[in-house]
Design a binder for this molecule. Sequence first.
Ligand code: MOS
Length: 699
Amino acid sequence: MNRPNDPRSVGAPRRRVEGPLKVSGTAPYAYEHPAVNPAYLWPLTAPVARGEIAEIDSSEAEALPGVLLVMTHLNAPRLWLGNDASLKILQSPEIAHHGQFIGAVVAADATTARQAADLVRITITPAPFEATFHPDGTGSTVPRKVGGSPGEMTRGDLGAAEAAAVHRVDQHYAHPIHHHNPLEPHALIAQWREDRSLDPRKCRLTIWDANQGVLPSQAYLPPLFGILPNQLRIIAPYTGGGFGGKGLPLPHVVLTILAAKMLRGRPVKYAMTRRQMFATTGHRPESANHIRLTADEDGRLLGIKHEVTAPTARLKTYIDASAGSSKSFYAAPACRTLYRSQALDIAPATFMRGPGEFTGMFALETAMDELAHACGLDPIELRLRNEPETDPQSGKPFSTRNLTACYHEGAAAFGWSARNAIPGQRREGEWLIGLGMAAAVFPHVYMLPTRCRIRFKGGRYQVQLGASDIGTGAWTILPQIAADALAVPIDQIALEIGRSGLSLAMVAGGSAGTYSWGGAIIRAAERFRTKHGDTPSEGAQVVAGGGPPKGYKNYSMHAYGAHFAEARVNMVTGEVRVPRMLGAYAAGQIINPITARSQMIGGMTMGISAALFEESVLDPRFGHVVNADFAGYHIASHADIGKLDAIWIDEFDPWFGPTGAKGIGEIGIVGVPAAIGNAIFNATGIRLRDMPFTPDKLL
Ligand code: MOS
């Protein structure tokens, strides 16, 4: 057998293996899987923010030819166990938020289902509700815990920092609600088979689902439907993006399964419309961030205060840990973080790419730019002066922290030295031009051990684990890792991911997929070679787990980066363009430069989009998002994105696991709006602290 060690598979620019399948339409998304005689679902949604269903007349809808089922709380199957209140739909006449599912029509074709849904007459008794967020904290309470930290935390003596301070920045930073809008909408096909005995122990539920991993569905859905995990089969080989919005099973999954259960065997298909997605698939909650930085005359931080106020849905609490980075990023002796949340009668939020870091670093990194300006320091110099030796919050050493290399190499590659420190100096016709930068960080996330099975069959190594490819490259890079670990050419690896029945594995989330899955693959390969050697016999197999090495808890573990942006601001129209951006990252071993670069510039693209355009507008008079489509919610198009580049520092972090890789799924978005806002300040002298940076804020 040919056993190459050089060139390695890891590090090679392998193209996405499912790319040709996707562009030719042969990699099925959830909705596209073949289903025999499917039925089509259209939901009934609550038209009020709170209330109770008084009466339902479905006779006209049921009379429409082709209608198979009108399902409401009156006839829907009962749900069993589960702590997530947002999943317990159709169990009572109560309405908890605008757009909540209150029923569904299922028909032989999609058009009939939609038409019949309009014919269901629902009388609702509205109830008083609250959907007005108060950024000043009115009506808010301090939560007990946010992302593993207490709702209120103080380190050191902020009073002493205050007394000794020469420079101060005390400002408020805000951003609106953002909605995940992956290319593939949330969609599934559900089939509930029962045998003639109708014995619930013999039923079998299959979902072809769009998700970021089968594990959460395996954990949440069986208890809800009163079945065992092995009665649920999940098939999700090619998910078309998620950004966190497909991380957990959502109400539409429950709705479709309820209908499938009532139809007993007939597959039920449901693909959400964009408008429906804006109502029930979660979002990044808005937040108000109050930052107070105090520094000595040389710009060395003495204190950081970061207070976050954010709304949360009454139905299901979700709070972004936006102040997390403020605790451990800069070497400030004193720090205080506080969260306040206000319960509203609105749809639940969820994690969205860079949850916490994205919003918190917008505030912190804009404030740092303001501090640099106040101190008369270059923004990079200010950051270098505040680089900590060890984690300022925990005191732990960093596993690796090559952030200063990101600053230096990023600055050189971007041409940072051309920046004029005095705002408003560079002008071309109607356009003012400026450069800005901001730091990026994303923590190590370890949730559960990932396991992997390797089996030698038909001359190839089957590598099986419950991983997921959400369009980021798992199908492509995991064989690279496996090939090196088994010391075989990559064509001897047969990867299997994206369905239930495989090993327990981390979801494609928390920027933790590659090092969690890759770590398990390497551990399994080591075990395999120890047990079976390099000329295994047919059927030889092992199962082994990954995870970070023992002792990892003694380290402060993060991926780091620096973002550089050029902004052009039109003095006549207030329009902002970002012709170029660069990200410089220290993110551990890069497994594949093509897929890594895509992740990085994809993050930057999403960051530019949020900085300039994205804003979900919730109307507090009704409690729903009013601009719930791509006309009203603009996502950056090709014409909005200029030249993006990503570079990285050579790094290997063993504490993240044997791949040496850190996470790169989210760091590309962190700090991007701050870098752009700081560039806008450099261009114009106007400081923007409120996303998105729309023309009205610059005129
Ligand atoms: Mo990501 S927001 O951890 O799916």
